[in-house]
Design a protein around this ligand. Sequence first.
Ligand SMILES: C[S@@+](CC[C@H](N)C(=O)[O-])C[C@H]1O[C@@H](n2cnc3c(N)ncnc32)[C@H](O)[C@@H]1O
Length: 280
Amino acid sequence: MPGLVPGIHVVPSTPSDVDGRDKPGHDDVERDERKTTVVKYDGVRGNSLATIACPRAPRTHLVLGWLIFSLSTEPAMSDRSTHWQTVYTTKAETEVSWYQDEPAMSLRLIRDAGAGASSRIIDIGGGASRLVDALLTAGYGALTVLDISEAALAAARARLGAAAATVDWIAADVTRWTPQASYDVWHDRAAFHFLTDANDRAAYVARLRAAVAPGGAVIIGTFALDGPEKCSGLPVVRYDAESLAATLGPDFGLQDSCTEAHRTPWGSVQQFQFCRFRAG
Ligand SMILES: C[S@@+](CC[C@H](N)C(=O)[O-])C[C@H]1O[C@@H](n2cnc3c(N)ncnc32)[C@H](O)[C@@H]1O
């Protein structure tokens, strides 16, 4: 349906009287009934249509209700990937709030997890972060970077040059990805907190369980309880160590937690919560 952006669109429609069922007095039609056609357009597979009949609902209220619903729901999968592709194709590395020259906190937590040169380390939502460069420099040799944005991964590969060939690059939505390997260290800085839908968080934790063997380390950095409510224009869930541990569940034992005041390239400060867990 050309012209519709991804989302839920509402098209008021007049009863069509194709077979007489729209006539007053028929079972499923009452006076003042409105019918509204709801078009859910996902931008990839086309659209699906459903017609709902709402007795006595003023049409404008119904339309407004659906529009509010549409605006307040989680972005569809295609929206999510489009968002991040747009970010990484329109902004330079230092024009994003999460940019760091030196990912010192992540490096420390990975070292404290006991990771060695051959430990399999995956950076979830790694984007164009310089963590992969720093890990290679520190001698870690079994690295994977996963991100929903192919453009972000391409930027990191271009920066690394020949060294990029030693890294596995996975372009995927972590909530839909099927892990093909087991990892000793799972690292995520500022990706998990975008999962504002409980089903997405459950899908993430299921992948985490599948990808990290017992004894493996899980390091997750999110905005802290006193951090910003949004990142890259998207709402986030803020955590402290307790709420993050509760979200991951009892299979992951909390080993370390600390906060960090991240300074954005334009000088504002964002409070982060970092936690390190051990998979049981
Ligand atoms: C705020 S940035 C952080 C990037 C990087 N971790 C860093 O610290 O510089 C969030 C990253 O998560 C990625 N991302 C967001 N949602 C994702 C998802 N569902 N699956 C995989 N990556 C995702 C984005 O493309 C983006 O690169």
